[in-house]
Write a protein that binds this ligand. Structure first.
Ligand code: NAD
Length: 260
């Protein structure tokens, strides 16, 4: 379905981004991976995806907290591989602290990566999408793009911000073949969440399994984690013609978290 399309998935060396990259690749899209990690592991991942899916898999190591590096990355991709047809803004980090103790440098980093990087990739990708009159921009927001939790000031602000950015871009492209939507996952068991589970287990003196259940029990009525594969399949749907009129949505996949 996506043969001949080029998909850039930011933060796709692990977790949700990798799940989405795999799902798009399974549909035939060529991939540009991005994110941190051991260069040998990343080269192995590239080779595995290329050979099992029969697609081209490129890699960009840009640190997306730096706007100039994003501009350079987007220019390199266009020059080397053509314009990006599918842009998935997924790279993100978390920091947990009460607002009065929130380290200023962590605030700046979370806003730079979880919000501003999506603005920069989007502004760079849209001209090429307009030229072809087709494009998909998928922003990985969060349940925290719709509701708040204590001690996550930067994350919640950035995720609410990206839901707003999604709506603006959807309106500005409404009369074109470009759509822009946000996906709002609940808890997904990735490195980002494992850190929070480990911290909870240590603080409460409970096992990691007990901490997992406590984390889910607090927010996610299904008591089950969302999976990167499920989010990947939703991204595939958003890329399909059936989703041509899905514009500016903030689509919850959260086990009932925000229904409460
Ligand atoms: P993860 O830690 O597994 O993956 C994050 C990815 O971002 C990695 O590839 C990492 O290398 C990359 N990255 C980190 N800093 C970067 C930088 N400066 N420049 C470029 N890449 C960078 O986390 P995840 O859970 O898969 O999170 C992915 C996205 O999903 C994030 O935006 C996160 O906020 C969102 N999300 C996660 C959950 C969850 O429960 N895990 C829930 C809702 C939303």
């Amino acid at each position: 379905m996506l043969n001949g399309k080029l998909a850039l998935v930011t933060g796709s060396t692990s977790g949700i981004g990798l799940g989405i990259a795999r799902a798009l690749g399974r549909q035939g899209a060529d991939l540009v991976l991005n994110g941190f990690g051991d260069p040998a592991d990343i080269a192995k991942l590239q080779a595995e995806l290329a050979s099992t899916l029969g697609i081209k898999v490129h890699y960009e190591s840009a640190d997306l907290t730096r706007p100039a590096d994003i501009d350079a990355m987007m220019a390199r991709i266009t020059a080397a591989h053509g314009s990006v047809d599918i842009l998935v803004n997924n790279a993100g980090i978390q920091h947990v602290a009460p607002v009065e103790h929130f380290p200023v440098d962590r605030w700046d980093a979370v806003i730079a990566l979880n919000l501003s990087s999506a603005f920069h990739t989007t502004r760079c990708a849209i001209p090429g999408m307009r030229a072809r009159n087709w494009g998909r921009i998928i922003n990985i927001a969060s349940a925290h793009g719709l509701v708040a939790s204590a001690e996550k000031a930067a994350y919640v602000a950035a995720k609410h911000g990206i839901v707003g950015l999604t709506k603006v871009v959807a309106l500005e492209t409404a009369k074109t073949g470009i759509t822009c939507n946000a996906i709002c996952p609940g808890w997904v068991l990735t490195a980002l969440v494992q850190k929070q589970i480990d911290a909870r287990a240590q603080q409460a003196g409970i096992s990691v399994e007990e901490a997992k259940l406590a984390l889910l029990g607090e927010k996610q009525p299904s008591l089950e984690f969302v999976t990167p594969e499920q989010l990947g399949e939703l991204a595939v749907f958003l890329c399909s013609p059936a989703a041509n009129q899905v514009r500016g949505a903030a689509w919850s996949v959260d086990g009932g978290w925000t229904a409460q």
